[in-house]
Design a protein around this ligand. Structure first.
Ligand code: FAD
Length: 284
């Protein structure tokens, strides 16, 4: 099933994001994780794709496994920066052979040891290639605070519009910790007449060092309220996790009141966090 259908039927559409095991030998761990996540009945589960293709086959395997074992739709992430169009063609063949119908198409980031492509590559190019197959529902990444490499949010939104024009029907946002950022972003994309379903990316915070590292990489800002929580519980793991969950639940409740179309929970492969979020907010 194409996941765009959920957005016409449900409000909000609830999805979980997981990352595949780095080694196929660690596949057992993902079996337990997906079983626990599947019990929460998300509308779909997305599976990340490691930079440089390091976990490429595991992304496809996990996506196929979840679909077959749990009868839950999957969204396979795919990046193009380190893949030639011919490589992508083979991956698309593989996805089709495995019955996977939904792709989150991104440029990705250049692996440390890789050479930059001679001609700049963007997600739009990947979307155009996928669209030609007429076999997939395509999602793209969106950045409420702008992408780190872009000179301005306005410019970034212009490029976002190009991704939608090329065939992306769903936009999934990067993490944000202040809902005003999302509401402002929604207004801006509406003004540009960018027509796509929007799913808000929510990450429950459970480690100070981890969230600071993620935010410094992806450019998401940490508001004062969350910073205070991080400082207060920096040495108290259990309390930090509890406070991080409460913070994310408040974010979700407010987003639901404001009729967000989708909630995409970055589970960090920790089903108990996803469970607390969907149960405590009445999503499931
Ligand atoms: P693009 O949309 O191509 O944009 C990249 C940059 O180029 C932006 O600054 C944009 O403004 C600019 N740009 C776009 N078009 C043009 C143009 N024509 N001329 C000049 N500049 C232009 N990464 C992974 O490796 N694996 C994953 O599984 C993964 N999952 C993700 C899931 C979500 C929901 C999100 C939000 C991000 C994810 N990422 C993942 C990270 C993503 O790959 C990086 O943010 C990457 O740097 C950008 O990818 P993109 O598809 O947004 O790029």
């Amino acid at each position: 099933m194409y996941i765009n259908q959920f957005f016409t039927e449900k409000k909000p559409v609830v999805s979980f994001e997981i990352f595949p095991p780095k080694q196929t030998s660690a596949f057992d761990t993902i079996i337990t994780t997906t079983k626990e996540l599947a019990a929460l009945k998300p509308d779909f589960i997305s599976i990340t794709y490691g930079a440089g293709g390091s976990t490429r086959s595991n992304t496809l395997e996990v996506a196929e496994y979840i679909k077959k074992e749990h009868n839950i739709e999957t969204l396979a992430h795919l990046t193009c920066i380190a893949n030639t169009p011919a490589d992508i063609g083979l991956i698309l063949d593989d996805l089709q052979a495995r019955g996977i119908k939904n792709i989150l198409a991104m440029r990705g980031d250049l692996p440390q040891d890789a050479q930059a492509p001679t001609v700049p590559v963007y997600a739009r190019h990947l979307i155009e290639q996928i669209k030609k197959r007429n076999a997939f529902c395509i999602a793209a990444a969106a950045y409420p605070e702008g992408h780190t490499e872009c000179a301005s949010i306005a410019q970034d939104i212009t490029y976002l519009g190009q991704k939608v024009q090329a065939g992306a029907e769903i936009l999934i946002t990067q993490i944000f910790f202040d809902n005003t950022l999302l509401y402002n972003f929604q207004e801006k994309i509406a003004k540009e007449n960018i027509q796509a379903y929007l799913s808000a990316g929510i990450m429950p915070v459970f480690s100070k060092s981890q969230i600071e590292r993620i935010c410094s990489l992806c450019g998401a800002s940490i508001p004062k309220k969350l910073q205070n929580i991080l400082e207060k519980y920096s040495e108290k793991q259990t309390e930090l996790e509890k406070a991080g969950l409460e913070f994310a639940c408040e974010q979700i409740s407010d987003l639901c009141q404001n009729k967000v179309q989708g909630l995409h929970i970055y589970t960090m492969n920790k089903p108990h966090l996803a469970q607390a979020l969907v149960k405590n907010t009445g999503l499931r």
